[in-house]
Write a protein that binds this ligand. Structure first.
Ligand SMILES: [Zn+2]
Length: 250
């Protein structure tokens, strides 16, 4: 970063930390530069011009003056807000969890427009969703695929054979995020047992469009099971326990 150069970015607030008496440091995810960390000076003072705008999950048009280690937010105009996420505790926690995933898997300064657009459209959809967990699982599958992790939910990851229908003893590999057939379970490890209906939900969610998710039917127990295995896979990929994910354990 060149000191004193100014950049413009459209960015969503994913996290912040208090610093000193009146400042906050923000972790922002921008369309143009990926993750940006920047300080908002004086934001805790009642008369701050940024007050409220930089709240979690708000999207703003920002001007940031680059610094040696950390940028400084000098302008901030509201671009998009998701008011309905704040009215529902589950939706809010799920949405913050998506932000946590992006922070874990993105590199600072590296633009990832597709993930930015994926996040914004998912948050918009979650606002109106009856079953937000479907959207979270859908996001995780699409996100992993954009990151280059190609999960196979129709053929066995080891023998490459198509997995037979009505098979209630399959594996979900925590090493590759793909399906393992009953026979190959004997020659591998690091998997969770799943059944045919879970495999089918994963496979369908991989190819479905976000606009069709409102009509997607799945039993709550299956969705919870899928979130459990995806959570373990994502945690093992990131090599550390994802904090917000512990919310799902309760
Ligand atoms: Zn196999």
């Amino acid at each position: 970063m060149l000191a004193n150069k100014e950049i413009s970015a459209t960015a969503i607030t994913l996290k912040y930390y208090d610093i000193g008496e009146s400042d906050k440091i923000y972790a922002l995810f921008s369309r143009e530069y990926g993750i940006i960390r920047a300080v908002a000076k004086g934001i805790k003072k009642p008369k701050s011009k940024f007050s409220g705008r930089l709240d979690l999950l708000n999207v703003n048009e920002l001007v940031i003056r680059e610094g040696r280690n950390l940028g400084t937010i000098v302008e901030c105009e509201s671009y998009k807000v998701f008011p309905l996420l704040r009215l529902d505790y589950d939706k809010l926690i799920y949405s913050l969890f998506l932000g946590e995933l992006i922070l874990l898997f993105s590199n600072e300064g590296e633009s990832f427009e597709q993930v930015f657009d994926l996040l914004i459209s998912t948050l918009e959809a979650i606002q109106k969703a009856d079953i937000p967990l479907i959207y979270i699982i859908w996001f995780e599958i699409q996100f992993l695929s954009l990151l280059g992790y190609q999960s196979n939910f129709s053929e066995c990851d080891i023998c490459k054979q198509k997995v037979a229908e009505k098979n209630n003893r399959l594996g979900y590999s925590l090493s590759t995020g793909s399906i393992i057939c009953e026979h190959c379970l004997k020659i591998t490890y690091n998997y969770k047992i799943i059944d045919d209906s879970i495999k089918n939900i994963l496979n369908n969610l991989k190819y479905i469009d976000i606009n069709s998710l409102s009509e997607f039917n799945a039993e709550a127990k299956n969705l919870n099971k899928i979130q459990d295995v995806l959570k373990e896979y994502l945690s093992s990929l990131s090599e550390r326990k994802i904090k917000t994910l512990s919310v799902f354990d309760n």
